[in-house]
Design a binder for this molecule. Structure first.
Ligand code: PLP
Length: 224
């Protein structure tokens, strides 16, 4: 498995302006170090404990993104150092991130709102109505240490590329409507995190700005 070769190949296929998040969940620190030494700086993890351990063990130049479901009681373990939380799906969670950021004197933590765009019920995320409620809540407006910089979604795990494209297109539309209504003056609201190993090409066609790629870089994951 040539990790650096895989990264360089994938990067050569990405249009300018699309950021590669190397998803290193379940993979050992040595694999991440190899990728780092090959020049990769942005990594994604989906478990709080695992992320905190890898943060401790690896160079501090790494930009860590949290991409998994985040429980409020674990927020404090990652807020001191995380660069972007892709998976905000409630006002409560945003409030806790805000409070923890203030406690550790971080000026602000960047977050994406996660939307449920897939057919599978098991996937997390907001629908558009819930997002509108969150964004028009007075207590959202009072948060000072969080900043929403875009949206994230996971498409249905299906061979049907048409279906996947439709779901990515839906997320792009949500992004555009939110931009117009709630973030029209906010240049930082610009990210659409969508696309994984199997579907990132469609995601890019539909306007992705961040692809989260794991197995095509590090190989299949083995879950014990
Ligand atoms: C695991 C994971 C990925 C990467 O998946 P691959 O299919 O290995 O590329 C991307 N996004 C999220 C949210 C994940 O949990």
């Amino acid at each position: 498995m040539d990790i650096v070769g895989n990264i360089n190949y994938i990067k050569s296929t990405l249009p300018a302006g699309v950021k590669l998040i190397a998803v290193s969940k379940t993979k050992p620190v040595e694999d991440i170090r190899q990728a780092f030494e090959g020049g990769q700086r942005v990594f994604g993890e989906n478990k709080v404990q695992e992320l905190a351990g890898k943060y401790e063990a690896l160079p501090k130049e790494i930009e860590w993104h949290f991409i998994g479901h985040l429980q409020t009681n674990k927020v404090k373990m990652i807020v001191p150092f995380v660069s972007l939380i892709h998976s905000v799906d409630s006002l409560k969670l945003l409030q806790v991130i805000d409070r923890e950021a203030e406690k550790c004197r971080r000026e602000r933590v960047d977050c994406l709102l996660q939307f449920h765009i897939a057919e599978e019920e098991t996937k997390f995320g907001l629908d558009e109505g819930e997002a509108e409620q969150l964004l028009s809540d007075a207590s959202y407006a009072s948060l000072k240490h969080v900043r929403i910089t875009g949206v994230m979604g996971i498409a249905t795990n299906t061979e049907d590329t048409g279906q996947r494209k439709k779901e990515f297109h839906h997320l792009k539309e949500i992004f555009l409507r939110l931009k117009q209504t709630y973030f029209s003056g906010a240049d930082e609201f610009k990210e659409i995190s969508m696309g994984m190993s199997e579907d990132y090409k469609e995601a890019i066609e539909e306007g992705s700005t961040m692809v989260r790629i794991g197995s095509s870089i590090f190989g299949e994951r083995i879950y014990k």
